[in-house]
Design a protein around this ligand. Structure first.
Ligand code: BTN
Length: 271
């Protein structure tokens, strides 16, 4: 059900640190919040602050990024002052192989907030794009600092199209926003608060037991679909069968079963 509390009450659409801090019920995530009007990339900033001794759970939020990073070396394109561009800095004591699982967990956390608080039909496109009405509304990118085979810090970068009524030309055919889908302007500070709370719960559960929850599969719009992907330059079409315990996507082509660990898949009719 759409939660009216999340509607913007004034035209003044600004993310406010005080508003987030006043409502936030977490122990670690978001205890320190840093807001920037303009920055190169919140992920880059978060990892550089790791070196300067930022505490675990510090959150970096920007209204505009000059070089927002997307997956697979792409740029993240977003309108200014309308969206959520944030990175959560964490220092998990996990194996390197578990990092990719955490990207799935972060996607799941955001997806649950969109479903449960905004009442929108959101789904997860493997690994962690969030899709509404076949278009992308959120992307997640983890950047890491690894030393001697151990995780020193992770920046969980979350980009959500929130209040853009029109999306930049480069992405308009394949992207949507929460405002377009809910027909309302939304309070970004409240949505950030809910995501930080949800992510903290899911993160702590994951640290205790680093497995991918069954819920991820339930909210997947990838499983049981015919997908395509490139392997060594050749296009392969296959059925998406399962999510392996590692977080890899298990697919069955005409002659072979594969596990895909990274990269991009295409699903017919989804952007
Ligand atoms: C994707 O390509 O789907 C991932 C996009 C991730 C974008 C977010 S915006 C906040 C954070 N800072 C960045 O530079 N990128 C991530």
């Amino acid at each position: 059900m759409f939660n009216k509390r999340l509607e913007l009450t004034t035209e003044d659409d600004v993310v406010k640190k005080e508003k987030i801090s006043a409502c936030l019920k977490t122990d670690i995530i978001g205890k320190n919040l840093y807001l920037y009007k303009i920055i190169d990339s919140t992920n880059t900033k978060a990892l550089s602050e790791r070196l300067s001794g930022a505490i675990e759970g510090s959150v970096f939020i920007a209204e505009h990024q000059t070089s927002g990073k997307g997956r697979l070396g792409r740029n993240w394109i977003a309108n200014d002052n309308k969206n959520i561009l944030m990175s959560i800095l964490i220092y998990p004591d996990i194996k390197l192989a578990d990092i990719s699982k955490l990207t799935l967990i972060a996607g799941l956390s955001v997806c649950k907030v969109i479903i449960n608080e905004l009442g929108l039909n959101a789904y997860l496109k493997w690994p962690n794009d969030i899709i509404i009405n076949n278009k992308k509304v959120c992307g997640i990118l983890i950047n890491s600092k690894i030393s001697n085979e151990s995780v020193e810090g992770l920046a969980i970068g979350i980009g959500i199209n929130v209040n853009s009524k029109y999306l930049p030309m480069e992405i308009e055919k394949k992207a949507t926003s929460l405002a377009i889908e809910s027909q309302s302007l939304l309070d970004r500070s409240k949505i950030i608060t809910l995501i930080l709370e949800r992510f903290e719960k899911d993160y702590l559960i994951f640290l205790n037991n680093p497995v991918i929850p069954a819920e991820y599969k339930r909210l997947s719009c990838t499983l049981q679909k015919e997908i395509s992907f490139y392997k060594h330059g050749t296009k392969i079409t296959a059925l998406a069968k399962d999510i392996a315990p590692s977080g890899n996507l298990v697919v069955q082509s005409k002659d072979k079963e594969y596990e895909i660990g990274s990269g991009e898949i295409s699903i017919q009719d989804i952007y």
